[in-house]
Design a protein around this ligand. Structure first.
Ligand SMILES: Cc1ncc(CN)c(N)n1
Length: 235
């Protein structure tokens, strides 16, 4: 899998590349585990167990509701810390309004699959991921760290579902909508904007802030792997 920053792919050198690209290369093993999980591979090749997909739908709905609160907290930090000239607010506001559609999509999809969302109980892994979001929502968490986490959370989904749509895939027709929701180019562009925002903040960050942001990046990847695992293995 090509990771941005890989010399073989002709990507920028280490001096030119942003911090997020350096981290993608440094932690490519974990990043690949998060974006090429066996559940994603099974969606791509059409062998997915539909019970796994149903589990994912219910648990991800709960996650996305919490994620909306997280994104609002990032927006608030952007307002306080990004500077007057910044376009960060517009980008994040676009993301927030897309989440409204996303929640409506989950509700429609659940009806189509005969899943009652009000009765879904969060599993331990979902609760753990939401607890992590709550940590990130605390007022003392720097903008650089939360912007990095936001970029990583969205990018894992974009890269995972875009892979399902790439040439050679055999997705079941009823799963195309889910793959297109996160795998489309506009969402890819949004992820690039988030990466630019994170990189810009990271250039100004202190050594300690950089360490916290890198650790948040790694924790996102670990949570994402566990989340796929929970749905795939019925954990
Ligand atoms: C677990 C998870 N990670 C990321 C996303 C993309 N917003 C999501 N819906 N769910």
């Amino acid at each position: 899998m090509d990771v941005p920053g890989d010399p073989k792919t002709g990507q920028p050198s280490a001096e030119e590349e942003g911090t997020t690209t350096t981290w993608l290369r440094k932690h490519r093993h974990l990043y690949t585990a998060a974006t090429r999980h066996p559940l994603i591979l099974s969606i791509r090749d059409g062998t997915v167990d539909l019970d796994s997909f149903r589990r994912w739908l219910g648990q991800d709905y709960l996650f996305v509701r919490a994620f909306t609160a997280f994104l609002s907290s990032v927006l608030m930090k952007a307002w306080k810390q990004s500077g007057d000239e910044s376009s960060d607010l517009e980008v994040l506001l676009g993301g927030l309004s897309a989440l409204r559609d996303e929640i409506a999509w989950f509700q429609e999809e659940a009806t189509r699959w005969g899943i009652g969302l009000s009765g879904i109980v969060p599993r331990e892994i979902t609760r753990g991921y939401i607890r992590f979001l709550e940590e990130l929502m605390k007022p003392d968490m720097e903008y650089a760290t939360v912007a990095t986490a936001l970029w990583a959370i969205e990018t894992v989904y974009q890269q995972s579902f875009a892979f399902c749509l790439e040439e050679g895939s055999a997705i079941r027709p009823e799963l195309v909508g889910a793959c297109e929701r996160w795998g489309n180019n506009a969402f890819g562009q949004y992820c690039h904007e988030l990466q630019r925002i994170a990189d810009c903040q990271l250039t100004k960050a202190s050594k300690d802030d950089l360490e916290r942001a890198e650790s948040a990046f790694l924790r996102v990847l670990e949570h994402e792997v566990k989340f796929w695992e929970m749905c795939h293995e019925d954990l």
